[in-house]
Ligand binder design. Structure first.
Ligand SMILES: [Zn+2]
Length: 83
């Protein structure tokens, strides 16, 4: 029996929102480890969290997309009617 070793590079996409990793359609055929595949139809959303911004790292200056820090809700201005 002649054994040969095959090292396969698998290109995956990582969601920068939830950290989910998946192999998009067409990427599983791309075994060139030097450059990532150029997909004909790149994924548009993360299959897990459904975020269309899986490719965009969360920014603190973009409160609409970035997970808001707990305890802060900058959506509405505070009104002076706490009691
Ligand atoms: Zn995700």
């Amino acid at each position: 029996m002649k054994w040969v070793k095959q090292v396969v590079t698998i290109w995956k996409v990582r969601c920068l929102r939830c950290g989910h990793e998946w192999v998009p359609r067409g990427a599983d055929e791309h075994t060139d480890s030097r450059a990532p595949p150029e997909l004909e139809s790149p994924p548009r959303i993360c299959p897990k969290c459904k975020s269309a911004y899986f490719d965009v790292p969360p920014k603190s200056d973009n409160p609409d997309e970035a997970p808001a820090p707990a305890g802060k809700k900058p959506r509405r201005a505070q009104k002076g009617r706490s009691s």
